[in-house]
Design a binder for this molecule. Structure first.
Ligand code: FES
Ligand code: FES
Length: 151
């Protein structure tokens, strides 16, 4: 067991966790933040994407012990005062959500992209979400939603 201290969605968190726990399990089972989804569990689908210190990571293969001292943002951290954030709104407006399973991970990948590059090209958007698999939408509405946020 190891004690970790981190910030999750702006709140200080401290927990004793098993050494082999993934960040995904930590978020979902220790903190009850079930917005982050488990798909493949092996780093291939992007459903579990969260932001750690400003970078997107696949939380299913990211050891929770490495989150010690870090700042983590999950899909639950985007909404402010009951208002969806602009990426979430764009996904709704562009019908970029069908079953919704990929959506939290897609939105977190888009968040990481837009932090680094507020005016991405279509190619840059497609590259940024290339690690996120969607079985439903055909991707175009997702790309359109992200591009609509260009300043
Ligand atoms: S569940 Fe983590 S990449 Fe698929
Ligand atoms: S909306 Fe169903 S997997 Fe993307």
């Amino acid at each position: 067991m190891k004690n970790i201290n981190c910030i999750v969605n702006g709140e200080k968190v401290s927990r004793n966790i098993p050494d082999d726990m993934s960040l995904l399990t930590f978020l979902r089972e220790e903190l009850g933040l079930t917005g982050t989804k488990q798909g493949c569990g092996s780093g291939d689908c992007g459903a579990c994407t969260v932001i750690v210190d400003g970078k997107s990571v696949d939380s299913c293969i990211y050891p929770a012990v490495l989150a010690d001292g870090r700042d983590i943002l999950t899909i639950e951290g985007l909404e402010k005062n009951g208002e969806l954030d602009r990426i979430q709104k764009a996904f709704v407006e562009h019908a970029a959500v069908q079953c919704g399973f990929c959506t939290p991970g897609m939105i977190m990948s888009a968040y990481a992209l837009l932090q680094d590059n507020p005016n991405p090209t279509e190619d840059e958007v497609r590259r940024a979400i290339s690690g996120n698999i969607c079985r439903c939408t055909g991707y175009q509405q997702i790309v359109d939603a992200v591009l609509s946020l260009n300043m």
